[in-house]
Write a protein that binds this ligand. Structure first.
Ligand code: PEP
Ligand code: MN
Length: 345
């Protein structure tokens, strides 16, 4: 159930509604940052539904009360009709402007990271990615540089002025990650690691939540609730390919999920064609398709020398290919009425 307050309802009326909600045994959640406050009631609203709707509708300052049938509440469009913007420092993801996050799969060393940072910035990227804690299928594969990798990312940020995105695998690493990163990524493998999601929520930092290849859109939206319930509304959804019978590509980007998520949720949606395809040959085509389908941004793996990459080389774009993608994106953005990624200074 959500209670939609009248535009400009005074704080005293909002407070009175909050007290009434608590008095009825529910936990209220106020949608932050909107002119017209929306109060969501968290918890099962069962038998007394109709009575409660009448009770809350009659309170001063209340415009209307709606029942939300979906299991996800805070991420739902019904809680917030207007799209949410997530501020990542240089830009806000979710508005008319497209956002491009680019960088290597893993931070490997200082030179590789700084060279990549410079080239992606020059091509127009808005944020820099790089994994310091890597979720590898094999424990014998490169696991990331850990804190040393975070320090290299922070140095790259200093040099090029782009905010940094990095993945968390374990709550024990969160303090270090919060110290260095601007945006925390929860990867596909941890999408339903609910304790981790809660801890990430408590940091208050913007979170990129990647869809697990075996999970439905609604499971992803339920995972969002774990982050948002901790008081962190800054969640960005990421479609990165799902498991299908097709093996010509690593996964299959679920293009449908983009307009579906945009309709069901107010949260920004980005797409990751690098992990979806697993092959650089297809990254540009799938990236453009995702943006045409309504994605608010892209996450792209870029490496100065993909053949020597310690992880995900085959899907990484060389800097010249990344620049080419950015150029095509510029043309596409104009055609579909989106704005271009902010040019670098
Ligand atoms: C990554 O972004 O490097 C990564 C491991 O992605 P995913 O969780 O989507 O596999
Ligand atoms: Mn990767």
């Amino acid at each position: 159930m959500v209670i939609i307050m009248q535009t400009g309802a005074p704080e005293s009326e909002v407070d009175a509604v909050l007290r009434a909600v608590e008095g009825a045994g529910f936990r209220p959640w106020v949608n932050p940052g909107v002119e017209r406050k929306v109060i969501a009631l968290l918890g099962a609203v069962d038998a007394e539904k109709a009575e409660l709707v009448d009770h809350f509708s009659a309170l001063p300052g209340v415009e209307r009360v709606t029942l939300i049938s979906e299991p996800y509440k805070l991420a739902s469009r019904r809680t917030r009709a207007e799209p949410s913007l997530v501020d990542i420092g240089t830009v806000a993801i979710g508005g008319p402007r497209l956002t491009v996050i680019a960088g290597p799969c893993s931070v490997e060393n200082r030179e590789q990271m700084i060279e990549t940072a410079r080239t992606v910035k020059q091509a127009g990227a808005n944020a820099l990615r790089g994994g310091a804690f890597k979720p590898r299928t094999s424990p014998y594969s490169f696991q990331g540089l850990g804190v040393a990798g975070l320090q290299i990312l922070a140095e790259a940020r200093e040099l090029v002025g782009l905010p940094i995105v990095t993945e968390v695998l374990h709550p024990n690493d969160l303090d270090d990650i919060v110290q260095y990163a601007d945006i925390i990524q929860v990867g596909a493998r941890n999408m339903q690691n609910f304790r981790l999601l809660q801890e990430v929520g408590q940091t208050g930092k913007p979170v990129i939540l990647k869809r697990n290849p075996g999970c439905r859109v609604r499971d992803l939206l339920m995972a969002c609730e774990y982050v948002m319930l901790e008081g962190n509304p800054n969640v960005i959804l990421c479609e990165r390919g799902i498991t299908t019978f097709e093996d010509a590509t690593r996964y299959t980007l679920d293009l449908n999920a983009i307009p579906v998520m945009k309709r069901l949720s107010h949260l920004p949606v980005i797409a990751d064609p690098s992990h979806a395809t697993g092959d650089w040959h297809y990254v540009k085509a799938v990236a453009l398709a995702a943006v045409a389908a309504g994605a608010d941004g892209l996450m792209i793996e870029v490496h100065p020398n993909p053949a020597a990459a310690l992880s995900d080389g085959p899907q990484s774009l060389r800097p010249d290919k990344f620049s080419d993608l950015m150029q095509s994106l510029t043309g596409l953005a104009t055609a579909i009425g989106r704005e271009l990624p902010v040019p670098c200074e």
